[in-house]
Design a protein around this ligand. Structure first.
Ligand code: SF4
Length: 410
């Protein structure tokens, strides 16, 4: 491979629940990360019961995909009860690594399940090579580096330690050091270090004078308001080649709380981009089709965050909480074939154009000619969660179970 003298890095995807895990596997993840119900930072991610955890590992391993389990809470004393049991369970179901940020949890894991590889969570904020060496000396197999690092710093850390390095390449970022922020707890009672952040850094803020309660004065950056702490989402899609060259072992996508559609679309896109760089060389330029595909999946803007240097105003979203989406999910294929059975996500009507997300970056377009309910009743409109059989023109080609279908939003 031109310019590349390192091994093939892993694409690591979020699996907020079993369905998202299957979708991530289907669209090309090499590994997934998930949480159990108690010790994971993503309280609202759906998460896995003990039985589901075992099934998930079996499914992933059956497809050659690794599973890492998050136990990355900052534990209080009462959290330690049951922790040893949970760690043993992770070992028994056969996860390939446990993600930890708390030094106490780490030392309990080393005592209880010494054979289970430990991955240090980004919550531990490894921002320098001395810190990387420290954690490597604690027996950590993999470091998920802080998101607040430049490419030069990543390279220096690579030279300083031999353990695996994992880099976040896509998804939401905090305006504080990852997750080290209590804004959500103060404003909403939802605890960010328990995975329950309400993202108040994205809110619109106004000024109130104490003797005029209820009168809010706009603090205007522009006529749309003041989103002073509202960062764009991280997107290192065009920088993957440089990160491969820098010696990263794993590229991680954020988003255990994100939708199935988002997870499938982003995994497919990063799979294709990673394969592109591995094939074409790390200095190759990513073709425009990749960015067009990114805009169809939707994002909250795109920033390379600290990779080139400290972020500035251009890395923020000052004019609103979201970015308008042109495309959205239409459904998930439950049964393939020329007349596929689809579970609907957004309302669809006869005459509408659909787009099926095939392998690579191929999108297969088809028009809905007719729809039927499960008991064979023809319908002209289907609503979210409804199972419908689609008659398409041209007839569906290569639509497979767990394939994603999208549509242009009006
Ligand atoms: S409020 Fe924003 S900065 Fe704070 S933890 Fe939540 S996402 Fe991160």
């Amino acid at each position: 491979l031109e310019n590349i003298a390192v091994k093939r890095p892993e694409l690591l995807a979020p699996a907020g629940n079993f369905e998202k895990l299957k979708i991530a596997v289907r669209y090309g993840a090499d590994a997934v990360y998930l949480g159990g119900r108690q010790y994971s930072l993503r309280a609202h991610a759906g998460n896995f019961s003990e039985t589901e955890l075992a099934e998930a590992v079996l499914f992933a391993h059956g497809h050659g995909v690794k599973v890492y389990a998050a136990a990355n809470i900052f534990a209080h004393n009462q959290d330690l009860q049951g922790l040893a049991h949970h760690l043993r369970l992770l070992r028994e179901v056969g996860v390939d690594g446990v993600i930890i940020s708390d030094p106490g949890v780490l030392s309990m894991a080393r005592q209880t399940v010494p054979e289970l590889p430990i991955h240090l969570s980004t919550q531990a904020n490894v921002t320098n090579l001395a810190s990387a060496r420290f954690w490597a000396d604690q027996g950590v197999r993999r470091l998920n580096l802080a998101r607040e690092l430049s490419l030069a710093e990543i390279r220096e850390i690579r030279r300083a330690v031999s353990c695996e390095l994992e880099i976040f390449v896509h998804g939401a970022v905090c305006i504080s050091y990852s997750g080290r922020c209590l804004l959500s707890l103060y404003l909403t009672g939802r605890h960010p270090n328990r995975g329950d952040c309400a993202h108040p850094c994205r809110y619109l803020y106004r000024l109130e004078e104490e003797k005029r309660p209820g009168q809010f004065f706009p603090v205007e950056e522009d006529s749309r308001g003041t989103y002073i702490m509202n960062s764009k989402d991280l997107c290192l899609l065009p920088r993957l080649g440089e990160l491969i060259e820098a010696g990263a072992d794993s590229f991680k996508i954020e988003g255990r709380m994100k939708s199935t559609y988002y997870v499938g679309g982003i995994v497919r896109l990063y799979r294709a981009a990673l394969d592109f760089f591995l094939d074409q060389g790390s200095r190759a330029e990513l073709p425009a089709a990749y960015f067009a595909e990114l805009s169809r999946i939707g994002s909250r803007g795109g920033t390379d965050h600290f990779l080139t240097g400290p972020p500035d105003g251009s890395d923020m979203l000052y004019d609103g909480i979201t970015v308008r989406q042109e495309y959205g999910p239409a459904g998930i294929v439950r049964e393939g074939g020329p007349r596929p059975l689809v579970e609907v996500r957004n309302p669809i009507t006869v005459g509408e154009e659909l787009e099926y997300l095939a392998a690579g970056l191929e999108n297969v377009n088809a028009r809905i000619e007719g729809m039927e309910t499960l008991d064979g009743q023809p319908i002209s409109r289907a609503n979210p969660n409804q199972l419908v059989r689609l008659f398409l023109a041209p007839p569906a080609r290569g639509w497979e179970p767990l394939g994603l279908v999208r549509k242009r939003l009006t």
